[in-house]
Design a protein around this ligand. Sequence first.
Ligand code: AMP
Ligand code: ZN
Length: 390
Amino acid sequence: MANVHIVHLETPLREEFRQELARRIYFLAEEIVEFTIDGSDGLLTGVRLSTRDTVSTDQLHRRLHTVIANDIRHQRVGPVKVYWRSSHEAPDGMPDFARLCDEGLVVPMGEGQMALAEPLLTLLDNADRQLVALVRRETGAVQYRYPTLMRTETLRQCGYMRSFPQHLMFVTRLHGDSDTYAAFSDRLAFGDDLLAMCGNTDYCLPPTMCYHTFQQLSGRRLGEPMAITARGKSFRHESRYHEGLSRLWDFTIREMVFLGSRDYARQTRERIMRSVCELVESWGLGGRCEVASDPFFVGAATAARISSQRLLELKFELRLPIGGGRDIACASFNFHDQHFGDAFAITGAEGESIHSACVGVGLERLTLAIVSQHGTDPRAWPETLRPSDI
Ligand code: AMP
Ligand code: ZN
């Protein structure tokens, strides 16, 4: 049975923090099934939470106030800097997710997990192929296909544990001894019993592709600037925030990584950002590209990190409308400064610190934005994205 908890905010929060608050609430407790944020006169005054049993209002109160104090209240918010705006208007009456399912284009498989069918697969591949051509033309990027698993140690070196513990997904396995294997095959344990038979946490599912690149180049001295691109499945535990094709636990990123001097990394990010925006314009899509920040969670000085990320313009996002007055981030353009170069001891020819930048395109989201704006009939898609046989 659901319990309802009302948590008042002792000090109300400004309305502009609604989104920052909303994106963290399900991570307070797995038991939360629904929430609404109360507010009036430009102030947020409380949160109503429905939960499945056990969790107490006091616990929720404490966690909510801690997250607000650490992650949200001291963020500096100002006007959002827009880098680019498409000359196209997104149309009215875009197909919603239910229609994509009715037409058999998308099949829900589990929490945050979707199967895609034709012609969406061809659309996704055609869009991706043009992104690869773009980055190879502009930077001579070399392409790799990385393994699915990522060492947990790599994520630690990247600082992922401190920044996004809520998204981590471990890959475990049975304790490696014949007693455990025999006990398991006798009893076929599940749940807590199964967990007692597992222990290994050496590997995770990768949350993004560029971390593979840093691990690949770990300890290397780069004679000249380097550009690498890879496409791969990326995994983030999005809790109950999973939604249709727009927020998945299991999705695909086309990643582009640039390593070299500070100027090389910054300028290449800028050049690719401009070219991706031009490509989106050539596909006739409405949208914009603007300064953004990451959903850092519960780490030290989180609010300050978010503010400086925005202030220093370390992250831009390409946001495309998908109907119902909503838009989603389909790509991000990130400048990491020396963070990953130092973390993985990657240096320049003279042993100097290397700077890096990356571009990550969410291919399911991009595909969703294209069918939302151009419809599900391939004959209405831009010629370069259509299947070749129509
Ligand atoms: P990020 O590294 O967080 O900037 O992610 C790169 C891109 O991956 C984003 O711009 C999205 O297009 C896509 N992406 C991130 N999280 C998800 C998700 N949960 N579901 C689908 N796509 C995602
Ligand atoms: Zn990246």
